[in-house]
Structures are given as structure tokens and as C-alpha cells.
Write a protein that binds this ligand. Sequence first.
Ligand SMILES: Cc1ncc(C[n+]2csc(CCOP(=O)(O)OP(=O)(O)O)c2C)c(N)n1
Length: 565
Amino acid sequence: MTMLGHNRRRMTGAECLADMLAGYGVTHVFMVPAVLRRTFAEMERRTRIARIHTHGEKSAAYMADGYARATGKPGLCMAQVIGALNLAAGLRDAHLAHSPVIAFTGGRDPSTKFRKVYQEVDDVPAFEPVTKFNGTVDDVARFPDMVRQAFRVAVSGTPGPVHLQFRGNEGQVDAEEAELEPLVDERFTRLPPFRPEPELTDVRAALALLQNADRPVIVAGGGVRASRAAPELVALAEALAIPVATSLNGKDVIPGTHPLSVGVCGSYSRESANRVVNEADLVCFIGTETGGMTTHFWAVPKIGTPAIQLDINAEALGRNYPLQAAVLGDAKVTLRLMRELADAKTAARRKDWTERARAICREWREKYQPLLASDAVPIRPERMCAELTKHVPDNGIVVVDTGHAGMWMGGMYDLTNAQQSYMRSAGHLGWAFAAGLGAKCGAPERPVVVFTGDAGFWYHIGELETAVRWRINSVTVVNNNSSGNQSKRGFDRVYGGKQTEQALELWTYTKVNFARIAEDMGAIGIRVEKPAEFAPALHHACAADRPVVIDVVTDIDALAPLALS
Ligand SMILES: Cc1ncc(C[n+]2csc(CCOP(=O)(O)OP(=O)(O)O)c2C)c(N)n1
């Protein structure tokens, strides 16, 4: 690394920022103009960074988030002062999912503050709840250190969003000159910057508990994903014969087809996973917050179940479950060490348990097989999930919205190999389509398949034009039941079991053909009305040289099973 301050030269903030972003390996930035205009001109002159101009700041933030989750590198999004809160809203999902997104906004000038400047409010406080670091860049001399700090914070420890507000409603401070050095800390260009080693005594304590347990289960989360520790996780589980459940955020750390995989546990889950976790005599949490969604509000497992936990963040250890052992460290190095020290002979004592877990998984499959294979018209969402399991390409990235989409895919879809990736909305409806575009920018060589409901798709449908304009060829599968039918149960409840005719106003929409809209916007649209049409549509879409929308007409009465606890 170059020594700090030894290569300074007179340059504008814009030149410095463009050079730094290129140095940090940024390939795309997502924004609504006009922000940091001179920086954008310098990006064009000095770098090959693609400047993706979107139809809204929230979707720009979601694209940056999808880019970050697909690549492990920070995703960059930007807005001028009037769009700042739209951008902040878009950081909310990245915050919940611990995704390293960096947001730049234009902001207030000290010379005109409090004078009712056009479009201005103090936006900085609004970024506070959704960022790890929320700073202002008021002096051009601070560009190098503040931008380095933004990258450092976004990827360190438990990753998360960062906001920098640049002086001037469009960040015009970038036009000023100073003696600057566009330094890059190579280490902080991607996750994880460090791999802290655990204390050996803690590792031995955790391992002893696992090896002596008759019915242990691992619950693996997004921290395993961030650490790229999936191979080490699977190796340890295999060596000791321990079934693995995952959080929704960690769904891709073990293929659903692996014999030790029992599925996603918690609220948007698979029944088999919750059953196995609730029958366990020891739960080993790895890289998971043990939050409400993963534990079905602390019912899976019940509080009091013997537990051990491994995390990179000491504050997470024991937050929701009292622990018999806690290990602080990077997931990959810790799991590798545990595998090295593990006594594989102890696996024999868990033969009955792993067979029991397999039987529970078989029971789940037998129960849902008729729906997974259903030929019904309108199409059952379970059948779509089963088709995706069969036909998503081997190196595919699957990006899933929340609500029903999260329930269907979390519970019914399986990754079939370790090369496939899965990313999901951490709660915001409408995230997936935009995040899928960002994922495709970050990994253009991989097929990206988005699964969303029609309500989710409506949010940012305008970005289809962005996809066409920038040739961002993701495939978007719309579970089109002309409604937000996840809400049906809830409204049934408040109407005492029988909704009035007007109640439908609360959760249904006009019937729309998204395939036709897609074609009008310059994308490829495929309408699927029969189950057998789905697989050919997906194959065609994954090979296409344009963005594709597969509009699947599904059953408005199909409701995803509720979590078992
Ligand atoms: C930003 C945001 N607002 C509201 C919700 C609440 N919500 C969850 S699912 C849902 C409806 C989902 O409809 P759709 O995407 O069409 O899927 P479907 O339920 O029809 O399968 C709503 C409004 C949410 N998750 N996020």
C-alpha cells in the first residue's frame, strides 16, 4: 500500500473521487441526477465505471444492494438533496440484511443553511437508523479519508450501509481543488476485509458440546455467506453428521439437495426445518442474528434449548438465546479450525438422528408433492418453485421478493448445487426486481432469475426501461395473481372469516398482462398460463439477449403454509 500523504497533488474532488471509486473496483454506480455532476464527468474521462441512471432513488439503492450481495463488494448509489430521503428509504433493506451499500448525497451548504433554500431539509438524521456510519464531507480536503472510511465501515465486522453527504445540494464541493491523494485500501474493497481467528479454548468448548450431542442442528445465516464459508460449513456438518437449517438470508450456504439440508427455518420456512430444529438437543447458530424471522419469534427453537453460537460480532453472541459456548471469529477460519479438530468418529452416535432428519424431510416432500407437481390452471405457485428448482441454471443467482414470494421460495424452492446463489428481500416489498438488476450488473456472466409477486413488481416497473437501456438482462418471474394475496388471510381474520365484496378493494388489482407491458418497453415478455409452458419460457429467457419478464398467471386462492412451531 502507498504511504498516506506521500503522493498528494493538486486536483479536484471530482478527479479524486472518480479515481478512488475505480481503485476500489467499483464497476457500476446507481443514481438519479443531478448529484456530483463533475465526478460523473470525471468517471467518464478517467474510468470505465457504468453510471446507471434510474427512475427512482429507492430502486437505485436496491440495485446497489443487489450488486453488493451478488459480488461481496460495496454497491454505490447516489442522489441530490431532494432525492436523499428516497435513497435513505432504499437503504433500509440493506441495513436489515447487512449488505455493504455506500450512499452519496448532496446536502446543505453552511453559507445558506436555515434560509429556506429550495428543496432543502436536513437529511442527515434520516440516515442514522439505516447506516453504520453517517458522515458529512464539507471540505474537499476530506475526500480521501472520508471515502476510505466509507468503504472500511461498509465491509468491516457485520457489514452494512454507509452514508456520506457532500456539501452543496448536488455535492458541488467536488468541483473544488486541494492537494489530494486518491488512496485505496485494497483490503476494504470487498467482504471480508479481515478473518479474525477465534480463541482455541472457545472452539474446543463448542466442539465438545457438538460432539457429545445426540441431536444437534446447525442454524446457518447470512454471516456464513458474507464470510464465503459455505464449503467449510458443509465439511464440518458432514464430518460430525449434523443436520443444517438456514435462515432465509443464508439459504444458499448449503444446497437444498444436500442430504444434511433440512431447509429454511423460522417464519418464511419449510416445515421440516422447524421440526428438526425443535427436536434438537443442541442448536449451533452460525453467522445469524437469531432474529424474529429466523426463529419464528423465538419459538424455533424455544428459548432454553441448549445453544452455542459463532459470530464475528461479539454483541450478537447470546443476544436471544443463553449460550453454553460462544465463539468470536470469522466463520470461514473458525469452521475450518473446528473441522481440523473435530473427532469424526463421534458421528456414529448421530446416525439415528440424521436418519430421523431425513425422514422428516421425506414427510415434507410427500405432503407437498401433489402441489409441487400440480397441473392446475391457474398455476399453483408451488409448481413454479418446483420448476425453478429443476431449471435454474447451475450458476444462477436467484433473487426473491418478500411477502408471499419469500414464503413460497423460502419453503418450496431448492438450490441444487453450491455454485448457485440466493438473495432475498429482508422485508421490503418491491426490492427484488431492482436488486436483480444490480445483481446482474455485478455478475453479468451469471443468469439472474428474480421471483416476485405482481404487487412487488409494480413498485419499480419503470426500471424495466433502465434494464432495456443498459442491457441488464435479468429474468423476472412474476407470480401474477392480480393481487397481494398474502394479505387474504389477514383480512379474512378481521372480517370474521368472511370478507365483504368491498374488502377486496384492500388487496386486489386490475388484471394486467405484464408480458405485453414488457414488450412495449423493449424487453421480452412471455405469458405463461399452463404449468408445462414454464420450463421452456425459463430456458428461452436465460439465453436471451434482452431483459425478460415471464408473467405467470397463478391462483389467487393459493396461500403459502404458515410456519410450524
Ligand atoms: C414496503 C412494504 N410495504 C408493505 C409490505 C406488506 N406486504 C407484504 S406482502 C404484501 C402483498 C404482496 O403481494 P404480491 O407481491 O403480489 O404477492 P402475493 O401475496 O400476491 O403472492 C404486502 C403489501 C411490505 N412487505 N413491504
